[in-house]
Design a protein around this ligand. Structure first.
Ligand SMILES: C[S@@+](CC[C@H](N)C(=O)[O-])C[C@H]1O[C@@H](n2cnc3c(N)ncnc32)[C@H](O)[C@@H]1O
Length: 261
């Protein structure tokens, strides 16, 4: 029987969410107070380093937790991605409400004359606890960013080439996918990875972050199954991490990787 009834319920709810849209006042957040938000000297030190290197001004309108989350992601990009491209296209897969869009915009926009930043989310109309849906909330996180688009849709039907693809916490086992409220027909870890690889430009990079040792191991099996070579970064963390589970990173560069045909 497996997830038969959960899948039936998720499929029905997913259909309803995509039919019903409510309009209301724009979502907004009380900006961060940088005098109070840091809880240790290490955080202050890393914040100063990032501030020297990047224009963090878009992040100050985010609330405390989202401000710190964006610093967490920015530091990871800073450590593991190298970009000097002047004309850059970036895709974020499974953006949720895209509360970390700022970190991507700041990082990839730093040296770029032209940045196109897209975030794609299958379940864009799911309501959050504040009764705004993800799509509405994402407008707040991206509203000052040029050429930045939150796309409500299925990544499998998205076809554009990118220099960078960022993929935080792909669903690679059924259980979290079902718990997240998604219909099983969208559970396609291998096809999605293959598709992500296909959308990468030859000199592009795909960065994947997995949660927990088990998913990290499965991720590497997926690469091996598709004959995609990858750089194994291992555990990634820093003083801003708000996450209780360990996170692990792998990077794929098509110039060095070869998918199964
Ligand atoms: C575990 S969440 C991660 C959210 C976000 N990246 C983060 O790190 O906070 C995975 C997200 O991928 C989305 N997703 C799953 N399948 C998708 C697909 N085929 N196309 C676009 N988004 C998808 C889910 O709806 C969910 O929001």
């Amino acid at each position: 029987m497996g997830y038969f009834f959960d899948d039936l319920k998720n499929s029905f709810d997913f259909f309803l969410r995509n039919m019903i849209t409510i309009s209301r006042k724009n979502y907004t957040e009380k900006g961060v107070n940088t005098e109070k938000v840091f809880n240790c000297d290490e955080q202050k030190k890393l914040y100063s380093l990032l501030k020297e290197k990047y224009d963090l001004s878009p992040l100050y309108k985010y609330n405390d937790i989202n401000f710190l989350t964006n610093l967490y992601f920015l530091d990871i990009f800073d450590k593991y991605i190298f970009t000097e491209k002047r004309d850059v296209s970036v895709l974020d897969i499974g953006s949720k409400n895209w509360n970390y869009a700022g970190s991507e915009y700041i990082f990839f926009g730093k040296n770029a004359d032209e940045l196109c930043l897209n975030g794609i989310e299958l379940d864009a109309y799911r309501l959050c606890t504040n009764l705004y849906n993800r799509y509405e909330i994402s407008k707040f996180y991206t509203k000052e960013f040029k050429n930045t688009n939150y796309i409500a849709g299925d990544f499998m039907t998205h076809n554009r080439q990118y220099d960078y693809i960022i993929w935080f916490l792909p669903f690679i086992t059924e259980y979290p996918h079902i718990r997240w409220g998604l219909p099983l027909k969208y559970f396609k870890p291998e096809e999605m990875l293959k598709h992500a690889f296909k959308l990468l430009n030859d000199d592009g990079e795909l960065l994947i972050i997995n949660q927990g040792e088990k998913e990290y191991k499965i991720q590497k099996e997926l690469y091996r199954g598709l004959n995609i070579s990858y750089q194994d970064i291992g555990e990634v963390t820093n003083v801003f991490s708000p996450f209780k589970n360990k996170r692990f990173c792998t990077i794929v560069k098509p110039s060095r990787a070869k998918p199964r045909t």
